[in-house]
Design a protein around this ligand. Structure first.
Ligand SMILES: Nc1ncnc2c1ncn2[C@@H]1O[C@H](COP(=O)(O)OP(=O)(O)O)[C@@H](O)[C@H]1O
Ligand SMILES: O=C(CO)[C@@H](O)[C@H](O)COP(=O)(O)O
Length: 464
């Protein structure tokens, strides 16, 4: 019998990935990907082209009954009255709205007020801060903005003609409340000066519509929510994802509202919640280290593993893109503890891996402080392919980690959602994912202690 096929899309920061899977078993039958342009602002047409190319490379939608789109969270896509894009989208890792975040925070009564209203204290990643930036710096574009949506909403709209979203992605806007399950139009108005149309929020297994060819399209969601769905996260599981962003997250039955701003109180893609810590600096720290050393990722990993834990005191503070957690949008990175004896490629490679992981370890602490249980840590994302990262992670995170088989969990999560929407079932399908590899190593607390000494000693960006 021919299996029913579903497709999942991951339209993330650096690329678009598509998987086509058997809806009953989750077996991946074909896949494809295509790159996104570099930069922190992007023409949404580039995502559409990359999706088209990735779909072609995945053998198209022949035989596919349903598709779901997951995307990088928070990006601001402004549409005019005719549904045309007003200006390039500002992405989650664009920090130009740092002043806007500070202004809006003060106007509502501080970080606690935002955490109560939307689950999250404001940092420049949130869409609402980008809207304020637009109102201040491009008032003409702000006035032409008749509707506002996120990257995954935009692609879903191109597929179906419907302006819809889901709880997960809506929870990263800064104008939707996960606890109330409702928009906060007052916050939209506060930021932009008027209330543009916003996407209708669909239920977790609701259909957004159909493509012109009749393929059903699920609600879609943010990339982290999709990864949680793809991994079938249970309580006690914590994910450390090392993509362009570094994220640490868990599913939770109750909403969170962390006034310190470290933990964002997002919603997930199943009707629950997804407390999450996000850093701006993860896989690209290793890309940068490899570039500086003139080596590829395999050699960077070999070098890192050849240096001792703690790199003899060499610390790399990884704020190359500024930072979001802690909230230091204007920070730069730094190398501390350089001596003649630590001036080696191996030490630098080790310091890069450890510095990246220390940022995530701080995130894990913040999540635990919000009541999350970390019984099992799952390592995913591009940089989790690195053997050095897998073997050093337990030393820095202070607990064993498991690495699910190398897969595209965001795209797979989007495919799970498509299969769920198609089935009409109460719960999402549980696809078997065997062969989890466990990595154990003695924790080395000195790595984090030295990092804690170093992390506040960085320069800010020079004025441009
Ligand atoms: N073996 C590897 N070791 C370290 N980093 C890697 C490896 N393979 C891929 N990467 C990095 O992972 C990143 C892409 O990860 P991915 O999770 O797909 O990111 P995103 O979803 O944000 O686009 C790139 O920066 C890439 O260089
Ligand atoms: O902003 C966040 C989470 O709040 C990021 O995690 C983005 O969702 C981008 O993710 P990747 O491209 O790294 O997957």
């Amino acid at each position: 019998m021919t299996p029913t096929l579903v497709a999942g899309v991951d339209s993330s920061t650096q690329s678009c990935k598509v998987v086509v899977a058997d809806a009953a078993t989750g077996r991946i039958v074909r896949s494809g990907q295509a790159p996104h342009p570099d930069g922190t602002e992007a023409d949404p047409a580039a995502w559409q082209e990359a999706l088209h190319l990735a779909l072609v490379r995945a053998g198209g939608l022949d035989g596919v009954a349903a598709i779901g789109v997951a995307g990088q969270q928070h990006g601001m896509v402004c549409l005019d009255e005719a549904g045309r894009v007003v200006r390039p989208a500002l992405l989650w890792n664009d920090t130009r709205s740092a002043d806007a975040a500070r202004e809006l925070t003060a106007e509502l009564g501080g970080p606690d007020a935002w955490a109560k209203a939307t689950g999250s204290a404001l940092v420049p990643s949130f869409t609402v801060t980008k809207l304020r930036w637009l109102a201040r710096h491009e008032p003409e574009a702000a006035a032409r903005t008749a509707a506002i949506c996120l990257p995954h909403d935009h692609l879903t709209r191109l597929l179906t003609g419907e302006l819809v979203t889901d709880r997960g992605d809506a929870s990263g806007t800064g104008y939707w409340s996960p606890a109330e399950n409702a928009y906060r139009p007052d916050l939209l108005r506060l930021a932009l000066g008027h209330e543009p149309q916003v996407p209708r929020v669909l239920g977790p297994s609701e259909l957004a519509g159909h493509t012109a060819e009749g393929v059903a399209v699920s609600a879609g969601t943010g990339d982290n929510m999709a990864a949680a769905l793809g991994l079938g996260l249970a309580e006690g599981d914590v994910v450390v994802s090392l993509g362009t962003s570094g994220t640490v997250f868990a599913v939770s039955a109750a909403p969170t509202a962390d006034p310190t701003g470290a933990v964002a109180g997002f919603a997930d893609a199943t009707g629950r919640f997804l407390p999450l810590v996000c850093t701006l600096n993860a896989a690209r720290i290793l890309d940068a280290a490899a570039r500086m050393l003139g080596v590829d990722h395999a050699e960077l990993s070999r070098l890192a593993l050849s240096a001792p834990p703690g790199a003899d005191g060499l610390v790399l503070v990884p704020y190359l893109e500024g930072e979001r957690t802690p909230n230091r949008p204007d920070a730069t990175g730094a190398l501390h503890g350089l001596r003649l004896s630590t001036s080696t490629p191996a030490h630098l490679a080790r310091a890069a891996v450890e510095g990246m992981l220390c940022g995530l370890a701080d995130g894990l602490d913040a999540l635990i402080a919000q009541g999350v249980r970390a019984e099992r840590v799952l390592l995913i994302g591009g940089a989790a392919r690195s053997e050095a990262v897998r073997r050093i992670a337990p030393r820095v995170l202070g607990r064993p980690v498991v690495v699910p088989p190398t897969g595209e969990y965001v795209a797979e999560g989007a495919a799970v959602q498509a299969a769920w929407a198609l089935s009409g079932a109460q719960e999402p399908p549980r696809w078997d994912r065997p062969d989890i590899i466990a990595y154990e190593a003695e924790p080395v607390p000195a790595i984090r202690e030295r990092y804690a000494e170093a992390r506040d000693h960085v320069l800010t960006r020079p004025a441009e």
